[in-house]
Write a protein that binds this ligand. Sequence first.
Ligand SMILES: CC(=O)NC[C@@H]1CCN(c2c(Cl)cnc3[nH]c(-c4cn(C)nc4C)nc23)C1
Length: 277
Amino acid sequence: SSAKPARRKWCLDDFEIGRPLGKGKFGNVFLAREKKSKFIVALKVLFKSQLQKHNVEHQLRREVEIQSHLQHKNILRLFGYFHDEHRVYLILEYAAKGELYKILQERSRFDERTSADYIFQLTNALKYCHRKSVIHRDIKPENLLLGLENTLKIADFGWAVHAPSSRRKTLCGTLDYLPPEMIRQEPHDATVDLWSLGVLTYEFLFGNPPFEAEGHTNTYKRITSVDLRFPEHIPVSAEAKDFVKKLLRRRPSERMSLADALQHPWITKNVPHSSLA
Ligand SMILES: CC(=O)NC[C@@H]1CCN(c2c(Cl)cnc3[nH]c(-c4cn(C)nc4C)nc23)C1
């Protein structure tokens, strides 16, 4: 029949477990191989006790629901999931070149062509998400992985929702990537991802996020006043600065759209055949 193959029931015994790849928030991620097909995956193991303790079961259900329906080369695939008495297992695409934030740390910053190539790929992924009214809301280097041929993969849809939305969960971790409207807990829409795209572009080019400051209060003040400065000592083109300035606008409606970002000179000049996409 033409119906989609029924999602098969997976269990731990279907996989050979390999080395640990790293730590997610509520559990560890292991290299794994499905025994019959020999297909390599990343198996994310989450402890039910941890999920209950932090009351994030609903967030995980939403993450699985959203990520399993998104199919795009720049979005890490979620192939399926299963659970046993104590753990939940997510069967994820394996990104062969690992975590982008570690590469950024090692190299302290990326050159303009590399930055533009990653931002071009990310823009395409966000365009795909927004077309399906999914907003990611947590775009930052820690949530980006690299596949073969420097293919960028957005991972961790733990904060993704269907737009528009008003956040209820308390924010934890860095404020650096959040737009003013989310910090102020105001209703927000897909334009929050445009702001984060601007923050990420700045961090790729300069090596740290634009509104970094000591402590939440100072970061908060710099974000809400859009206190954007470009270090003189790092040679960055006028087009790159223009690209960032057009995304880091306090008023969401004034932020450059993803379609305009793809046509921006900084992208078309630095990403070969980007205009063919
Ligand atoms: C967004 C997120 O969940 N990040 C934390 C998890 C750590 C490993 N996770 C991986 C996930 Cl979820 C998928 N693929 C990966 N590939 C690697 C990796 C590859 N190399 C050479 N080194 C590493 C490390 N890691 C992963 C993600």
